[in-house]
Design a protein around this ligand. Sequence first.
Ligand SMILES: [Zn+2]
Length: 223
Amino acid sequence: MNIILLAPPAAGKGTQAEILMNTYNLNHISTGDLLRKASQEESAFGRELKQIMESGNLVSDDIVLEVLNRYLDQTTNFNLLLDGFPRNIYQAKTLDKILEKKSQKIDYVFLLNVEKEILLNRIVGRRLCKSCGAIYNVGIDPLKPKVDSICDKCGNPLIARKDDNEKTFQIRYQEYETQTKPLIQYYQNQGVLYEIDSSISKEETFKQIELILKKDSQTDYKN
Ligand SMILES: [Zn+2]
């Protein structure tokens, strides 16, 4: 059972990946981790990759796919959980080819649906406590005074993360719309896309995912 989590920025992909990992025996694939590992290798490829990453240049699709391909050659645990990958149609098509060679395929693509307005509110209103790590949301209600509050748990002031601003969000969302959104149609055509309402809570989101996975495993038992 190979799963992809597809979602716009701040829709709770990381949280759902964590819950899924704690519930099922899945092999969580982080292309970022795979790249870091590969760049440590004592090989021409490893050295080249290290150079690209240290220069701050973007790692090309082909290199990401090559690193993933190498990893999938070694692993025996094909209960893949991919989040944040694939990011575009080219990556998705190549991933399908790689999996096909290993007699594998993508079984579920969960699209975490949240309205853009809600996502923006989540990002802009997100505050965290530097002392204890607690995360809050102050909201961006124009009627509320824009005073940052104090942590309930330890009494220290809350801060906003540098990346949690509207400008960064708009850039990421735009990238999602142009690059990643076409994947919805792509996986719909394969009959593996499941839309999940992810606007309520992480528990509600997971309930919907679990329902789909359970329904299918019952069908499997009957056969
Ligand atoms: Zn605190």
